[in-house]
Ligand binder design. Structure first.
Ligand SMILES: [Zn+2]
Length: 298
């Protein structure tokens, strides 16, 4: 199935459900960043989580950033996902590979290690809402669910997965089930969702068995008055970097450093962390930045 996101409700609007298939965009990220197996799984889970989180925002242009800073060999990662279905991200040490865990699975928790998850929700104006939680397991899904419960007070069951083999990513995506605030006190409902998510042996086996997102939601919530919204949203890896933004980033180095770049390198190169695009600034560009800075500083 093509990469896509669908939304649904159940229990008379008391449950919000979102499902995402992100196989191609995860493969896209793997190729762009030459990710190792475990880095593909970590970033793929985080990108699926970012898209699921962004899907609940209302204001057009809203985005969610998930940043993991941790002491494991991957060194952390960053994901930027939009309500519009665009997502991008990178891993600090993308080539690191570590042995599988005791269950024979890619050891994302071990590769991430201990640290913190920083979540920023930006609606496009005013101050972004940001929050930090300590990582629970480093497996990403648990960590994001923990964030939703403790920082957003929304009991949530989150399942994200990536299957990556010698041919690349063949299945990726996730599910988010949330008990909305009006019924969040209904502990039995929360327990029911957790037990149903817990009974699934991972998200990617369902995709590999040929299940569609509606099939999966129906098997989880079909007896609870599931209503799937007709709109199917496409999701994709997309970076909005540009030459102007690259110049903006160079400007932050300040006048002495820019003069140094002109002197030593006769220009500067800026590489976008998210997509790998390389932007070349020549001496004239750098001189313009210096002139801009000197005007601003008066
Ligand atoms: Zn870019």
């Amino acid at each position: 199935m093509a990469d896509q996101l669908i939304r649904a409700t159940a229990a008379d609007g008391g449950i919000r459900a979102v499902g995402v298939i992100s196989t191609r965009l995860t493969e896209d990220a793997r190729q762009r960043h030459t990710l190792s197996y475990v880095a593909t799984a970590a970033l793929g889970r985080a990108m699926a989580s970012g898209l699921l989180l962004a899907s609940s925002m209302k204001q057009p242009g809203s985005r969610v950033n998930l940043r993991v800073r941790s002491d494991g060999p991957l060194g952390g990662l960053l994901v930027d996902a939009g309500l519009d279905g665009s997502v991008r991200g990178y891993v600090i040490h993308p080539a690191v590979e570590i042995p599988p865990n005791a269950r024979g699975k890619l050891d994302v928790g071990g590769a991430i290690g201990n640290g913190f998850l920083y979540v920023v929700r930006d609606v496009g104006y005013g101050y972004p809402y940001s929050s930090t939680v300590e990582l629970v397991s480093g497996e990403i899904g648990d960590d994001v669910a923990h964030y939703l419960l403790t920082s957003e007070q929304t009991p949530s069951a989150l399942l994200v997965g990536v299957f990556v083999g010698a041919e690349g990513v063949t299945a990726a995506g996730g599910l988010l089930l949330q008990v909305l605030p009006k019924v969040a006190r209904d502990d039995s409902l929360v327990e029911l969702l957790e037990s149903r998510i817990g009974a699934i042996q991972g998200f990617t086996p369902l995709l590999q068995a040929g299940k569609t997102l509606p099939d999966i939601l129906d098997s989880l919530l079909g007896d609870l008055g599931l209503q799937i919204f007709p709109e199917v949203q496409m999701v994709r890896y997309q970076c909005d970097c540009s030459f102007d933004r690259a110049l903006g980033a160079l400007k932050l180095f300040g006048v002495p450093e820019l003069k140094d770049m002109i002197e030593k390198d006769k220009g500067a190169e800026a590489t976008c962390h998210f997509c790998g695009e390389v932007y070349q600034a020549d001496v004239a560009h750098l001189n313009q930045l210096i002139a801009d800075l000197e005007t601003e500083l008066g």
